[in-house]
Design a protein around this ligand. Structure first.
Ligand code: ADP
Length: 484
């Protein structure tokens, strides 16, 4: 698939440090999850290169922070324009290494570009404040300044969006970055780094360390231990988030963490059935269910339960599974064999404990799994307790509002929740009662660059996107001016 790029120059396989493309001492293979075929051998960097990248970023910092926000914004805008102009190639690389359908990959490119556009503008609005004095001889002022070198460790499920959501606000605020993309999807990351170079982002301001799983751990060790790295932004599993948070303790590093979810999707009797099912399909099958805000537990009220599961099963049967480059495909392969095994384990456990399989339930060939609807799921089943991260809708019946809120909140996670209701009083009550960072009401799609993305509880720290997203990359400094 990569032979068909309009601009073969976007297919970078070397890492980027201080404006130089480095082949690394060894290479690691990147595979197409749809075919299992090797796509490329990519530079496999490690701890010494991570040190070098941090050093280069720190050296580039004074000149970068000295530019005006407007100048930095103009460079980011060029980067945005290049991402949009190269959307087809970026999407092609993404589908090849990640598996999501090409149309969905194009959607992610637009989503990812949106963060660059948004923060190119938002950098100019990092306002300070003046505080009325309580002492006639003094004046109080607050200014905001870039935190310094930032590290970004990103996952494979949104290979482009998770990079721009962190890197664009950091750069806009005046911080240089060191990026460590997921080992499964470095090619998309390298392509967007190539576009950053073309846009004129100076050497050392954006560094990218590609690495396999083992070297990623070593690089993570360097980035967290470094006192020069002032902020770490991570998106990935809660398990790895905990490790990085522990490792960051010694340097009291600022942290933004976007971790796992276990999103409830509640359908009340008064919901509009058609739109609830459409929302369920959107919130479940996007990226084959490999999304941290994917609906994981469907709670459906008893009056609408049978109609909902029947309709969801019908819609699920119509979902086409296959290679993301083929026409009409909406569910691609899962990222790796272990992901398929996890989904199989969840389905087998649910069946053994009495769930009904209304459609699907099995692996197709390779890394593909059938869109699956499990009815009569109970709280003790694995699929209700853990993120399935696959195309499996687990449906649980409930009776009353207070009970379903308690059940929805009964988890260590608190990223996204969804519910469907046409009763305006209930809409407010339930929205306020759900212990989640984001709540989709009568919709299954919630994320865009203008809004604050993030979770509560063990789903993470901080917010990305929106005017708040840039706050993670600036420090407040209070100036007390005497002798007035
Ligand atoms: P997922 O479960 O989505 O694969 P992970 O949390 O395992 O997510 O990985 C997300 C990112 O974190 C990837 O870039 C991966 O290489 C990186 N990573 C995994 N373990 C560590 C670690 N111990 N230190 C630093 N980075 C890590």
């Amino acid at each position: 698939p990569l032979a068909q790029l309009k601009d073969p120059g976007l297919l970078r396989t070397d890492a980027l440090i201080d404006g130089q493309w480095l082949p690394g001492a060894s290479r690691f293979a990147v595979h197409d999850p749809a075919t299992g075929l090797k796509l490329a051998d990519v530079a496999n960097l490690g701890a010494p290169e991570a040190e070098a990248a941090v050093k280069a970023a720190n050296a580039a910092w004074p000149a970068w922070r000295a530019r005006t926000a407007k100048e930095r914004g103009a460079l980011l805008r060029k980067w945005y324009d290049l991402i949009v102009a190269n959307a087809d190639d970026l999407a092609r690389i993404m589908t090849a290494e990640q598996g999501k359908p090409f149309a969905e990959a194009k959607g992610e490119v637009a989503y990812a570009a949106g963060f660059v556009e948004w923060f190119a503008e938002e950098g100019r609005r990092i306002y300070g404040e003046t505080i009325p004095t309580t002492d006639g001889g003094k004046r109080y002022v607050v200014i905001k300044q870039p935190v310094g070198v930032c590290a970004a460790i990103t996952p494979w499920n949104f290979p482009l969006g998770m990079i721009t959501r962190k890197v664009a606000p950091a750069l806009a605020a005046g911080c240089p970055v060191v990026i460590k993309p997921a080992e499964q999807t470095p090619l998309t990351a390298l392509a967007v780094a190539e576009l950053a170079v073309r846009a004129g982002i100076p050497a050392g301001v954006l560094n990218l360390l590609s690495a396999d799983a083992e070297q990623s751990i070593a690089i993570g060790g360097v980035l967290t231990a470094s006192p020069v790295v002032r902020h770490l932004s991570f998106t990935g599993s809660t398990e790895v988030g905990r490790i990085l948070m522990k490792q960051s303790a010694d340097t009291i590093k600022g942290l933004s963490l976007e971790l796992g979810g276990n999103a409830p999707f509640i359908v009340f009797d008064d919901a509009d059935l058609e739109s609830a099912v459409a929302g369920a399909v959107a919130a479940k099958y996007r990226n084959a269910g490999q999304v941290c805000v994917a609906a994981n537990r469907f709670y459906v009220q008893e009056g609408i339960y049978e109609a909902f599961v029947a309709k969801l099963a019908e819609k699920s049967r119509a979902v086409k599974v296959g290679n993301g480059f083929e026409e009409g495909i909406t569910v691609g392969p899962l990222i790796e064999p272990a992901a398929v095994e996890k989904v199989e384990r969840h389905v087998a456990d649910a069946k053994a404990r009495g769930a009904r399989v209304l459609t699907g339930g099995a692996r197709i060939a390779g890394q593909f799994f059938q869109p699956t609807v499990l009815a009569d799921v109970t709280a003790d089943m694995l699929c209700a307790r853990e993120e399935t991260f696959g195309p499996v809708a687990s449906v649980i019946k409930f009776k009353d509002e207070a009970d379903v809120i308690a059940r929805a909140n009964d988890t260590i996670f608190g990223l996204a929740a969804y519910f469907f209701s046409r009763d305006v009083g209930r809409v407010w009550r339930v929205a306020e009662a759900l212990e989640y960072g984001m709540v989709g009401i009568n919709t299954g799609a919630i994320s865009t660059s203008e809004v604050p993305f993030g979770g509560v509880k063990q789903s993470g720290l901080g917010r990305e996107g929106s005017r708040h997203g840039i706050e993670e990359y600036v420090e407040m400094k209070y100036l007390c001016i005497g002798d007035v």
